[in-house]
Write a protein that binds this ligand. Structure first.
Ligand code: BTN
Length: 239
């Protein structure tokens, strides 16, 4: 396996993504940086990521030839791993991992020159969340009633990422997109996507080969969304 061939384990870091960036020029591909807890864990759009020592926080340094579908591939791999341990995970575009309607894991992908740092945060044994998160966040322990050995969960996730990364390298794009669609909780629903400068609403009809979300707006036009924060309307017309 390339991924995890070198593993750097810390009891505490500001952020595993930040540490990965600091060693980017010397680290070999597949290096994994893991911290028991993060003091300043980072989420998408520069948000704070709650990272107590009951969760799994790690980053991988990779040099993929194709970067566009990369984050989606990591999302699929996380779902593969969660399914293996008996959960029913879903992906909310682009790559929030949910169980039922709550977020259990997030992925932060950062690109520096030809290198990608992919940071994964998974709420494994987190029992309580701060007030601002508790309505929308969940964990494996809250969903299943049992605690998980973080080392084992990490091993499983790395194995699944390796499999999916190999599919990307072998250009098995349609198979990857189909698996993403299978896990998706976004497609065929009315969604609101918030971007830094605007908000778009519509029905999520598909993703394209670059991983962009295709939205059919009320006016009937199709909008291609490359990045944003997606909120889902769970009420369907027949409910
Ligand atoms: C999101 O906003 O959904 C992405 C969250 C990504 C969090 C992980 S935890 C490990 C890595 N280090 C960080 O500082 N962030 C990512």
């Amino acid at each position: 396996m390339i991924i995890g061939s070198k593993l750097l384990h810390f009891s505490s870091l500001t952020s595993t993504n930040e540490y990965a960036k600091s060693i980017i020029n010397t680290a070999k591909e597949g290096t994994v940086i893991i911290a028991d807890k993060q003091i300043a864990g980072k989420g998408r759009f520069d948000r704070h990521w709650y990272s107590p020592d009951s969760g799994l926080w790690f980053s991988i340094i990779l040099k993929p030839k194709k970067t566009s579908l990369f984050s989606l591939v990591i999302g699929i791999a996380l779902c593969d791993a969660l399914e293996t341990i008996g959960m029913e995970p879903h992906i909310r575009w682009p790559n929030d991992i949910l169980i039922r309607t709550k977020k259990v894991a997030g992925i932060l992908t950062e690109v520096e020159n030809d290198t990608i740092i992919v940071g994964v945060g998974l709420n494994v044994n987190v029992r309580t969340f701060p007030n601002n998160l508790k309505n929308n966040a969940t964990s494996l322990i809250l969903e299943s009633g049992k605690s998980f050995e973080k080392k084992k969960v990490l091993g499983l996730i790395l194995e699944k990422i390796e499999n999916r990364y190999n599919m990307l390298k072998d250009n098995k794009i349609q198979a990857l997109l189909n698996d993403w669609r299978r896990f998706s909780i976004t497609l065929s629903r009315k969604v609101t996507v918030e971007m830094p400068h605007c908000v778009v609403q519509g029905e999520a009809i598909d993703i394209d080969e670059e991983g962009a979300l295709l939205l059919k707006t009320e006016g009937g036009s199709i909008q291609k969304i490359i990045a944003g924060d997606c909120r889902i309307c769970y009420v369907t017309s027949d409910s």
